[in-house]
Write a protein that binds this ligand. Structure first.
Ligand SMILES: Cc1cc2nc3c(=O)[nH]c(=O)nc-3n(C[C@H](O)[C@H](O)[C@H](O)COP(=O)(O)OP(=O)(O)OC[C@H]3O[C@@H](n4cnc5c(N)ncnc54)[C@H](O)[C@@H]3O)c2cc1C
Length: 223
């Protein structure tokens, strides 16, 4: 594969107040597996060289690529600038690299935008008819921050548990994914555990899981 590709934005969807999905052109011969990511930059001179990693949420056999990106309006970074882009603008994408890969049935634990590799993996499992007994624990701050809630419910039914850390709302678990939560919701700690989210969350959950006998695989999204 070439080192970098300029790809036009074909479609943008607003998923939550600060998350949008970006459908972009897919370069010929560009291939990836669910859970993989690439570095993306904005194709404008003032942003050249500012690369940030994002995960494909589309599947490899689709004609275009999709990214699902949370923007941080609090500082003038790439994700804030992405929020200003429109259909017809372009991005620069680079080589594909592994972030987290599915190795068998188990538990997916995501915080915020850390859901993105699992969106790709779960969409792929659904297509293969292999969602099986996989479970998702998805932590967000409030109900309005939950990314793709209805699709995740459709994919997993009662095997998707939505946790809100900052507010109590009906239909959600209020609090944190901590030892009590894991003891209540996990029936088999020998299964696979895939964790993705902000650093403090991953550190805390990995430590607890290890204490409970699990061997978690994790990707840190934010320091
Ligand atoms: C393998 C991988 C895949 C990823 N995939 C996705 C994805 O699919 N979707 C997605 O939304 N994200 C994803 N991320 C996270 C994404 O890369 C970051 O959110 C992004 O790089 C932030 O870029 P930025 O320029 O906006 O922020 P930067 O300026 O690069 O800041 C990076 C981080 O520093 C902190 N920070 C820095 N300055 C400030 C400030 N002034 N105020 C507050 N906080 C500050 C923030 O926590 C921020 O996340 C992924 C990360 C990795 C490692």
């Amino acid at each position: 594969m070439k080192e970098q590709y300029v790809v036009k934005i074909l479609e943008i969807k607003q998923l939550t107040h600060d998350v949008r999905s970006y459908r972009v052109e897919k370069p010929a011969g560009y291939t990836f597996i669910p859970g993989q990511a690439t570095e993306v930059s904005i194709n404008k001179s003032e942003w050249s060289g500012e690369r940030r990693p994002f995960t494909f949420t589309s599947l490899n056999d689709e004609e275009s690529l999709e990214f699902t990106i949370k923007s941080y309006a609090s500082h003038n970074g790439v994700t804030n600038a992405l929020m200003q882009l429109q259909v017809g603008d372009s991005l620069v994408i680079h080589d594909v690299w592994g972030a987290i890969a599915y190795n068998g049935e188990g538990y997916f634990i995501a915080g915020g935008a850390g859901i993105t590799p699992f969106i790709a993996i779960l969409r792929d499992l659904k297509r293969q008819g292999k969602l099986g007994g996989n479970k998702l624990f998805f932590s967000s701050k409030t109900a309005k921050d939950v990314i793709l809630e209805s699709e995740l419910k459709e994919l997993l039914g009662d095997n998707a548990v939505f946790v809100l850390s900052d507010t109590a709302s009906e239909g959600y678990v209020n609090g944190y994914i901590n030892e009590d939560f894991l003891r209540e919701h996990v029936s088999d700690f020998t299964k696979h555990f895939y964790i993705c989210g902000p650093d403090p969350m991953i550190a805390a959950i990995s430590e607890t899981l290890e204490k409970l006998g699990a061997k978690p695989e994790a990707v840190v999204f934010e320091k």
